[in-house]
Write a protein that binds this ligand. Structure first.
Ligand code: SF4
Length: 326
């Protein structure tokens, strides 16, 4: 369905006067050689701390940000080679749901106009009746019923959960096949999150959708995904089936993340040992040589000064660490 090969997104960084005199170029390596595949109908969760490059990866796949290099194959076509017209066609099949529904919805537009906008831009229907029916169906799909009650309202008249439902309706109205869901519930109250995640799962089954689910929350990733890819400083550290990664993490960074996931049962929580790592995440401009996790890794060795490759250590499980081998 989707294959990402060696994707890089580098942004020029500021250089000092002396550096520019010497012709030194510096880059923020937000995404630096990321590769993964997503099967049709699958949910791949891209997990990591803020600044790990998750959102940039999602936007680069849809070319909302232009990648520096790499390949993104979608249904046999390299998305990065598409011209403007072809890209418009691709965007009908691949959509994004943003983190903050309040920011992503134009406050001056009614809910009807917001949801109908992709239909108008793509000239999908010739008649107003067809367009109305499509908007009504999209609102029903996201359980905003009866749809007539919502069409004439403005975003500020809705709750956070309702606004995110509108954002999902707008993303789905062109009947896409692939969705990048960028932290779609992180701005919502805890009580609403599960409802939205369940809605997304229902829609996935109903319309055969494929999701790249971006989140910093491993518990959410576990709840929603078939496989997890863990990112750190612009690179994939580990990929594997969700339950295997969560119950038996192989990469030291994944172990650290999982050791900090809250456990509701106080007895179990007491018996679990948290792994703390020193220091802050290094700047993506001045990346450490060798393994990116080297300056903070509790298991680091001399060999870690060499950069490890992402290799398949057991069927379906890929890890980038010198200490983890098949
Ligand atoms: Fe830690 Fe070394 Fe593995 Fe990197 S390669 S995660 S520094 S043990």
């Amino acid at each position: 369905m989707l294959e990402v090969k060696d994707l890089r997104v580098w942004f020029p960084a500021r250089t000092s006067f002396w550096q520019s005199l010497k012709g030194v170029s510096r880059y923020v390596k937000a995404v630096d050689g990321v590769s993964f595949t997503i099967k049709r109908g699958e949910v791949l969760a891209l997990v990591g701390e803020s600044g790990s490059g998750k959102t940039t990866t999602g936007k680069a796949i849809l070319r909302l940000i232009e990648p520096t290099s790499g390949e993104v194959w979608f249904e046999g076509v390299n998305v990065l080679s598409l011209n403007k017209k072809e890209l418009k066609e691709f965007r009908r099949k691949a959509q994004i749901i943003f983190q903050d529904p309040f920011e992503s919805l134009d406050p001056r537009m009614t809910i009807y106009d917001i949801v109908a906008e992709p239909l108008k831009v793509n000239k999908v229907y010739g008649s107003a009746d067809e367009e109305y029916d499509a908007v009504a169906k999209a609102l029903e799909d996201v359980r905003l019923v009866p749809p007539e009650d919502f069409m004439t309202r403005f975003p500020h008249e809705l709750s956070g959960g309702q606004r995110q439902r509108v954002a999902i309706a707008r993303a789905l109205i062109l009947r896409p096949k692939f969705i990048v869901a960028d932290e779609p519930v992180s701005m919502l109250d805890a009580s609403i999150r599960t409802q939205i995640l369940e809605l997304m799962e229902d829609l996935r089954k109903e319309y055969g959708l494929t999701y790249l689910f971006i989140t910093h929350d491993l518990a959410q990733a576990r709840y929603t995904s078939d496989r997890i890819a863990v990112m750190y400083l612009g690179r994939i550290m580990e990929i594997g089936p969700t339950e295997e990664v969560v119950s038996n993490p192989l990469h030291p960074y994944t172990k650290v993340l999982i050791s900090h996931v809250p456990i509701p049962d106080p007895k179990l929580a007491k018996s679990r040992k948290k792994i703390d790592v020193p220091g802050e995440t290094p700047s993506p401009i001045d990346l450490p040589p060798g393994c990116r996790f080297y300056p903070r890794c509790p298991f680091a060795r001399e060999v870690c000064k060499e950069e490890p490759q992402l290799i398949e250590v057991e069927p379906g499980r890929w890890v980038s660490c010198h200490l983890v081998r098949s």
